[in-house]
Design a protein around this ligand. Structure first.
Ligand code: FAD
Length: 538
């Protein structure tokens, strides 16, 4: 029957596509509804430069890490184009001609580089990595688990809580202490316990502030560092971070092709204007154009403030839940700058425009934890864009040959911070000046940088909110703060991918294991529906 489905998925970001693929694979008549003209959400490849249509960029997200092997295998993503190449070292150059490189797979090279700054830190680095890996090995697999309803006395919930606690036993007394530190400390304080060199600490602090409305001195940032350091979700070996061939849009395209191969219908330019309910149960959606579609199961993969505060009548929801979603913090002050370049940066510290390993990994702009904290304080306390921004830079074209013609490079700058309030206004001129400062900072390290710029695209918090529905500009649909994780993500009692509306499941990045391009929330929403026997057998 036209307009009648087994399941309607709201949002065609990668999580919506994963969910649609799984439902269709299970034999359901599934439709994914995407507001934009294209699917993928923040996993997107585009050609943003009108004068250079041949140059493509990963528009928003830029590196892959945590997609579980099970999802890759079950959705046959490699057959559909999923192709990730592990990337090179963390690299930080300094204006005085020194640099530091840390390799994921070459301890001897890392030692040699770090020892130039501090012999003690060079010796500490393997111990630090071992410590982090020990914690990540236990916490990583938690990303694939449905958080228990802590505090609930229902038998099933008590058993789930006990099961989670049992799995934590491997941590031991010291391990529990480590987890406590990671959840409660600032990444600066944690790094101060281990290292002495500012250069080393600055580089390691980067992972603690990605996507966070908090500087590295803020308690809780140590956990963010761990979240971005997990290399394996316990589902088979995962490499470290890597570049998808053809940019991040190719990841979403692979998932879309998989979903379509299983028979999932995908509709673009199909913005959902209302979630339809009857007696507390999901029955369908109304599109912006007035069309209504019906299904007994719905999955929302859009920002929770849109889904629950705009698309559903609040009286349909428990007041506590409404309050929790109203209070959901969703700031980050991120600006993504995609720079097209005619040649690779020629660093004073490591001269040469020819491709070298320091071009192939993270090319950071974070000289110390103080440097990053200052950038945050500019935005937070002084309500202005950082005078000296922090940048997580990568040059995907060193390893991805599908983005640009030979010889052209993309320098992808993931930068922080501008005031999060900029999600309400474009602030174009200030963003242009901010981008100039990012380029100037790199030019101080690699003098050919500025003159090699062909064009640039600047995406601020306003653009992210308007284009993708990332309310407040938060890149993860909600901050990765300790009180917004695990059983609290997105609200206590609703971290199991269910919602207060029966038949409506939640698979956005605002649920446990989000954010990031890992597909886990979309997959978990499907699994919750299967567990509830919501999906009728054909
Ligand atoms: C600048 C930036 C950099 C990032 N860098 C990385 C990175 O390098 N690595 C990484 O792993 N993660 C990164 N992330 C995070 C990651 O991209 C996101 O967590 C992830 O892509 C979110 O996927 P999603 O499917 O949950 O939601 P989204 O990708 O946000 O998709 C939601 C979709 O829903 C659509 N939509 C919204 N409202 C409606 C409606 N009413 N009706 C229908 N459709 C609607 C939107 O148009 C969008 O396509 C980054 C994010 C950003 C913004």
């Amino acid at each position: 029957m036209a307009g009648q489905y087994d399941v309607i998925i709201i949002g065609g970001g990668h999580n919506g596509l994963v969910s649609g693929a799984y439902f269709a694979r299970a034999g359901a008549r599934a439709v994914v509804l995407e507001a934009r003209h294209k699917t993928g959400g923040a996993a997107d490849t585009s050609a943003p430069f009108p004068n250079h249509p041949e140059i493509k960029v990963s528009t928003y997200s830029y590196v892959m890490s945590l997609m579980p092997p099970t999802i890759i295998r079950e959705l046959q993503l490699k057959r559909h184009g999923y192709d990730v190449t592990p990337f090179g070292p963390y690299y930080q150059a300094f204006p005085d001609g020194r640099s530091i490189k840390v390799y994921a797979d070459d301890a001897a090279k890392s030692y040699e580089s770090i020892a130039r700054w501090s012999k003690k830190d060079a010796e500490t680095m393997p111990l630090w990595e071992e410590w982090l890996k020990g914690v990540a090995d236990v916490l990583g697999p938690l990303l694939l688990r449905v958080p228990p309803k802590l505090g609930s006395m229902a038998l099933g919930d008590l058993l789930a809580t006990a099961d989670t606690a049992w799995r934590m036993r491997k941590l031991g007394v010291r391990g529990v202490a480590s987890v406590t530190k990671l959840f409660s400390m600032s990444v600066t304080d944690l790094l101060n316990e281990w290292f002495e060199s500012d250069a080393v600490k600055g580089m390691l602090a980067v992972n603690g502030v990605i996507g966070t409305w908090a500087g590295p001195d803020e308690p809780g940032t140590a956990y963010v560092m761990l979240h971005h350091s997990i290399g394996d979700v316990g589902d088979g070996h995962l490499g470290s971070w890597g570049f998808q061939q053809g940019g991040m849009g190719a990841v979403a395209d692979a998932i879309r092709r998989s979903a379509e191969s299983f028979g999932c219908e995908i509709r673009t330019n199909a913005r959902v204007a209302k979630i339809l309910t009857r007696s507390g149960r999901f029955v369908g959606v109304a599109l912006e154009n007035g069309e209504e579609l019906y299904a007994p199961i719905g999955v929302t993969t859009i920002h929770p403030k849109i889904a629950f505060l705009q698309l559903i009548d609040r009286v349909e929801l428990p007041p506590d839940f409404v309050r929790d979603i109203e209070n959901w913090r969703t700031r980050s002050g991120v600006v993504k700058i995609n720079v097209a370049m005619s040649e690779l940066p020629d660093f004073i510290a490591d001269p040469g425009k020819e491709l070298q390993d320091h071009h192939t990994g993270s090319v950071e702009l974070c000289f110390s934890t103080d440097y990053a904290e200052r950038a945050f304080q500019d935005a937070h306390m002084e309500k202005k864009a950082a005078t000296r921004p922090f940048v997580d830079g990568v040059i995907p074209t060193t390893l991805d040959k599908k983005l640009c013609p030979e010889g052209i490079h993309i320098f992808s700058m993931y930068t922080q911070w501008v005031p999060h309030e900029w999600s309400k206004e474009p602030h174009r001129e200030e963003l242009e000046a901010y981008a100039d400062r990012c380029i100037d900072e790199y030019t101080a390290l690699a003098p050919n940088f500025k003159s090699a710029v062909i064009d640039r695209q600047i995406i601020g918090p306003y653009d992210m909110e308007q284009e993708l529905g990332l309310i407040g500009g938060n890149i993860f649909h909600g901050e990765l703060a300790v009180d917004q994780l695990f059983h609290m993500r997105p609200a206590p009692g609703y971290a199991d991918y269910r919602t207060p509306i029966r038949g409506l499941y939640h698979g956005s990045s605002a649920t446990h294991a989000g954010g990031g391009v890992n597909g886990i929330p979309g997959w978990q929403a499907f699994r919750a529906a299967v567990k509830d026997r919501a999906l009728k057998k054909k």
